[in-house]
Design a binder for this molecule. Structure first.
Ligand code: UDP
Length: 237
């Protein structure tokens, strides 16, 4: 099948690297790295990494009573750790990768500059984007849409634990209906926030960015998307 996608932004939750107190689970890291390697030479690839395996802002705010802004900055630093781990893991496997960070971390990562970012992709490097948008109050889902639109990607894809968007949480409501395709407005009015941050969907609507949500834990799915298979759920106009 002809590959209709040239440039892709892949966002994954930090939980794809580890969970339940194990920040970096070698089996999970290895799985993710192999999935990325399977597409690295087939497409121009940017990756936004989450931080949920280490820490997210909201629980810090709620459980420790931290100021929300401080909590979110701490959350963003978690994504820098994940980005560095992914960069090193890909390089170990001889994949050319570079980290750009939306928060200054000059000893560790290049600063986010959209022109430089585009040229990394043009040069065939896997571009790993840390620290989301660099601003508190949102999540890396918004970072994925924002950076995806700056990079003129054909599609933003979000890898999760479920195979797409349902009209209710399928783990709690077994009769929940799978939605293979939905409009931005439908997503925003149906309160489907569990699967994707609504701020990201609102931003995607404004910037005309299409988002595909898919099951990252079925081996080969990343490759299937790159090859043009319409798996998961598409959120578009
Ligand atoms: N975060 C933020 N601004 C951003 C991206 C992330 O403040 O643009 C913070 C926020 O606290 C978030 C944390 O970083 O909870 C980790 O990111 P996220 O929750 O998106 O990670 P994931 O759930 O995808 O693993």
């Amino acid at each position: 099948m002809k590959n209709p996608l040239k440039r892709l932004l892949f966002k994954f939750t930090g939980e794809a690297l580890g969970q339940n107190g194990c920040i970096f689970d070698p089996a999970k890291v290895n799985y993710l790295v192999e999935e990325i390697i399977s597409i690295a030479h087939k497409i121009e690839l940017a990756i936004v990494v989450g931080g949920g395996n280490i820490v997210r802002g909201t629980p810090l705010k709620e459980k420790l009573g931290l100021d929300g802004t401080v909590a979110d900055y701490i959350g963003m630093t978690a994504t820098i750790m994940n980005a560095l781990l992914l960069e090193a893991s890909l390089k170990q496997k001889h994949i050319d990768a570079v980290v750009m960070s939306s928060l200054q971390a000059n000893a560790l990562a290049e600063p986010w500059l959209f022109k430089k970012a585009r040229s990394h992709l043009d040069d065939g490097r896997v571009l790993i984007i840390a620290a989301g948008t660099g601003n508190p109050g949102v999540t890396t889902d918004s970072g994925a849409v924002l950076r995806g639109s700056e990079l003129n990607v054909d599609l933003v894809i979000k890898g999760t634990k479920v195979n797409g968007v349902y009209d209710a949480d399928p783990l709690r409501f077994p009769k929940a209906k799978f939605l293979p395709m939905l409009r931005y407005e439908d997503f925003l009015t149906q309160n489907l926030s569990g699967i994707l941050d609504p701020s990201a969907v609102a931003l995607a609507q404004m910037r005309g960015v299409q988002i595909r949500v898919f099951d990252l834990f079925t081996k080969g799915n990343l490759c299937r998307i790159v090859e043009g298979e319409e798996i998961g759920s598409l959120i578009a106009a």
